[in-house]
Design a protein around this ligand. Structure first.
Ligand code: ATP
Ligand code: MG
Length: 187
C-alpha cells in the first residue's frame, strides 16, 4: 500500500487557512489549478511510497518509538510559497526544528523497517494547496498568502496515512487518504 507519515493541523487551524484560501480563488487562473481537497490538507513528514504488507508490523513499532522520543511542540500555519510553477503551498512557523527532527525520525523508522527511502532531499515543511499543470503564474497566490498567520497549536501526534491514487474516470469514489496508524508524541 502507498503510505506517508503526516501531521494534521486541528480543524480550527485549517478553517483559518480556508478563509485565506477562499481569497485565492478570485485570482487569475484559479480555475485551472488542481486544488487539494480541504478535507485532505496535511503536512507530510515522510513519503514512503509502496510498502509491502510484511513490513507493516516493524514499521508501526518503529514509528511508535519515533513518536515516543519526540515531545509535543508548537507550530502555526504561516504564509505560503511555491515549488516552481507546479505546487502552491502554505508554510509553517514555530518550532520547525522539532518538526524537522520528527520528519528525520519518521524517515529513519521507515528506512530501518526496510522501506527504500529517497536519499536525503532537504525536508521542506509545507501544506500543499494546489497543483498546476497549465502554466498559471503562482506569484500572486504566494503574495496573497504572505500576510497569513494562523494561530498556534501543539502537535501531539503523528499519523501513518494510506493514499489511494484516484482511479482514472472514477473521480471521488473512495477517500483519498485513510489514517492507518496514529501515535501520541512523547507517550
Ligand atoms: P496526487 O498524487 O494524486 O496529486 P497526492 O500527491 O496528495 O495526490 P500522494 O502522491 O499519494 O498523493 O502523496 C501523499 C503525500 O506525500 C502528499 O503530501 C505528497 O505531496 C507527498 N509526496 C508524494 N510523493 C512524494 C515524494 N516523492 N517525495 C516527497 N513527498 C511526496
Ligand atoms: Mg502525488
Amino acid at each position: 500500500m502507498r503510505l506517508f507519515v503526516a501531521v494534521l493541523p486541528p480543524a480550527a487551524r485549517l478553517a483559518e487557512l480556508g478563509v485565506a484560501v477562499d481569497e485565492l480563488h478570485t485570482l487569475p487562473g484559479a480555475d485551472r489549478l488542481r486544488w487539494a481537497g480541504r478535507d485532505d490538507w496535511h503536512l507530510t513528514l515522510a513519503f514512503l511510497g509502496e510498502v509491502a504488507e510484511d513490513v507493516l508490523p516493524d514499521l508501526h513499532a518503529r514509528l511508535a518509538r519515533a513518536a515516543h522520543r519526540t515531545p509535543p511542540f508548537g507550530l502555526r500555519l504561516h504564509a505560503g510559497g511555491r515549488f516552481g510553477d507546479r505546487v502552491l503551498w502554505a508554510g509553517v512557523a514555530g518550532t520547525t526544528d522539532a518538526l524537522r527532527l520528527l520528519a528525520e525520525r519518521a524517515d529513519a523508522a521507515a528506512r530501518r523497517a526496510g522501506v527504500p527511502m529517497d536519499e536525503h532531499r532537504r525536508y521542506h515543511p509545507h501544506l500543499t494547496l494546489a497543483r498546476s499543470r497549465a502554466g498559471v503564474d503562482l506569484h500572486p497566490y504566494v503574495e496573497s498568502l504572505a500576510g497569513f498567520e494562523g494561530a498556534g497549536w501543539e502537535v501531539g501526534e503523528v499519523l501513518l496515512v494510506r493514499s489511494r491514487l484516484p482511479v482514472a474516470g472514477v473521480p471521488g469514489e473512495t477517500p483519498r487518504y485513510e489514517v492507518v496508524g496514529r501515535w501520541g508524541l512523547g507517550v
